[in-house]
Unconditional design. Structure first.
Length: 291
């Protein structure tokens, strides 16, 4: 059985490249200590990927699981071969702008990485069965590669049978979750979509619409997620301040925290330019691959 411990938290942002709201039962491991193969019977063949020597960090929260890896192009191409060999109905690989890093549970460590593996099992798998949930919590293993000077597009070797995606594909999927008939999906998706791309004005405005959701829990998550956009969310400040006139003390507190985050956020315009440049390079690369 999976080793686990209670990690008490109220609403904690766990970054999987970027923030997403977390559940309450989780574990983490640092380095590449081998994980128990019995935990991965639902994904035949995935153990050589999950236990690859390039793994630097692993986090599991109620079945929502990420393994993070750091290495050179040879290590990555080896992982891709092993991933393609798994007995799965689909093998999706997402190319995203880098660099990337994640934080440990208590945010005491920042861990840079070059690619990650996402698995959805346990309690988290129930989310995939809810309306639009499968678009966010993919029931099949997925690898995301973060393109920067370490990982060059022209050196990647993609095995036959894999499906290549870009950030826009995930944004389209995640955006659908905001209109889910399920309260839980709408609420979690606010943080998921914000974390997917903190430079997207359209994603930010879509999340802001949830501030008028009928469910207070969804409104709380939306207010918190808007802080991920930092200074980019400055145009939303008048709207956020106007909403402080509420008797809902929890919502008022969350709004106040988000307003402070936005007001004190640093200027990330240069990082955004690099993000957009790399994103376009990925887009053109994938167009060439299809031809």
């Amino acid at each position: 059985m999976r080793r686990s411990f209670l990690f008490l938290m109220s609403i904690l942002f766990v970054v999987s490249c970027l923030p997403s709201l977390a559940w309450a039962l989780g574990e983490e491991t640092f380095g590449n200590r081998r994980l128990n193969a019995l935990n991965y019977k639902d994904w035949p063949g995935i153990v050589p990927v999950i236990n690859h020597e390039s793994r630097v960090y692993h986090v599991w929260v109620n079945g929502n699981e990420y393994a993070y890896y750091r290495g050179d192009i040879d290590a990555l191409n080896d992982v891709l071969q092993k991933f393609a060999a798994t007995n799965q109905k689909q093998h999706e690989i997402v190319l995203r702008p880098g660099p990337a890093s994640t934080k440990s549970f208590r945010e005491t460590q920042s861990i840079p990485f070059n690619w990650n593996l996402h698995l959805v099992g346990g309690l988290a798998r129930a989310m995939a069965k809810k309306d639009q949930g499968g678009k966010i919590w993919n029931p099949y293993p997925m690898i995301s590669i973060y393109i920067d000077e370490t990982i060059s597009l022209d050196q990647l070797k993609f095995p036959a049978g894999v499906t290549l995606l870009e950030l826009a594909d995930l944004e389209k999927r995640f955006s659908a979750g905001l209109t889910s008939t399920d309260i839980t999906v709408r609420g979690w998706d606010a943080g998921q979509l914000a974390g997917l791309n903190p430079y997207s004005t359209s994603n930010m405005n879509a999340i802001a619409k949830l501030l008028d959701d009928n469910e207070v829990w969804v409104r709380l998550n939306a207010a918190g997620a808007l802080g991920v956009f930092g200074k980019k969310a400055t145009p939303l400040l008048p709207n956020l301040r106007a909403r402080l006139k509420t008797d809902d003390e929890a919502f008022k507190k969350r709004l106040t925290e988000t307003i402070k985050i936005i007001e004190t956020a640093s200027d990330n315009s240069e990082a955004e330019k690099q993000h957009q440049k790399t994103r376009e390079q990925i887009h053109q690369f994938l167009k060439a691959q299809k031809k």
